[in-house]
Design a protein around this ligand. Sequence first.
Ligand code: NDP
Ligand code: 8X3
Length: 252
Amino acid sequence: MRIALITGATSGIGRATALRLAQDDFNLIITGRRLELLETLKKEIEVKYKKDVLILNFDVRDRKAVEKAIKGLPERWRKIDVLVNNAGLAVGLNHIQDGLIEDWEQMVDTNVKGVLYITRMVSPMMIERGGGHIINIGSIAGTQVYENGNVYCASKHAMHALSQAMRMDMLKNNIKVTEVRPGMLETEFSLVRFKGDAEKAKNTYAGLTPLFADDIAETIYFVLTRPAHVCINDIEVTPVSQANAFNVNRNL
Ligand code: NDP
Ligand code: 8X3
């Protein structure tokens, strides 16, 4: 049985991935800030799939909390085979001259620094055991920039750079690094980006069928089940109605 640690497992891609991997040979370490949602997911996995689940309840922006959680892992949970760096968010959608500093800090601290804090703690444990697989959830915003997306796009460009860097730096350590870059995907993402405005969030997907969290969970499962000598480095996934960050076909 392998062990996967998934950050941001309380909703969206992280939650769907935990459920998908639990159907296979994985025990799971699930993390996030909303403890009650982690507890609900743990129960669901234990009852439906009979897999072991460990909850780590922390904010990825809090370096000391990240270090404490990973250092404090019970011995049997230290053998992490897979790390899914998924926790992340967009907050606000403004021209840069109108941007809110606190939104920028939240995005950079979560999407960039949070990924670094976790990876810095988990990757040496993988190296010590002779290998592992890191899956970074990037975005089409990691290779393209759209108006008003400035800091979110910058944070996902950082994820794109870090994914390539991780692959080079740990090349000799048998660590696979995969960057998964989704396009439009309906989760809590837009609700968070629009700070709770459900109508604006819904309108993001008006006139098209977006991706759903299960689509990316299935992609992650595919990436994880390739033979030992194969690494899928990069994978970009959009709905059929979306060619890139700019061209979207809506039936309105
Ligand atoms: P959701 O909002 O549904 O999920 C985001 C997850 O991240 C939640 O579990 C949330 O948990 C966690 N999270 C956010 N901030 C923190 C934090 N400071 N500390 C710990 N956990 C945190 O969105 P998605 O599932 O869509 O997003 C997952 C990833 O996918 C993100 O990195 C996002 O950028 C990326 N992505 C999303 C796309 C989309 O259109 N939906 C497209 C491309 C990429 P909690 O609030 O409980 O802490
Ligand atoms: C989320 C996709 O297009 O809103 O990363 O940036 S997009």
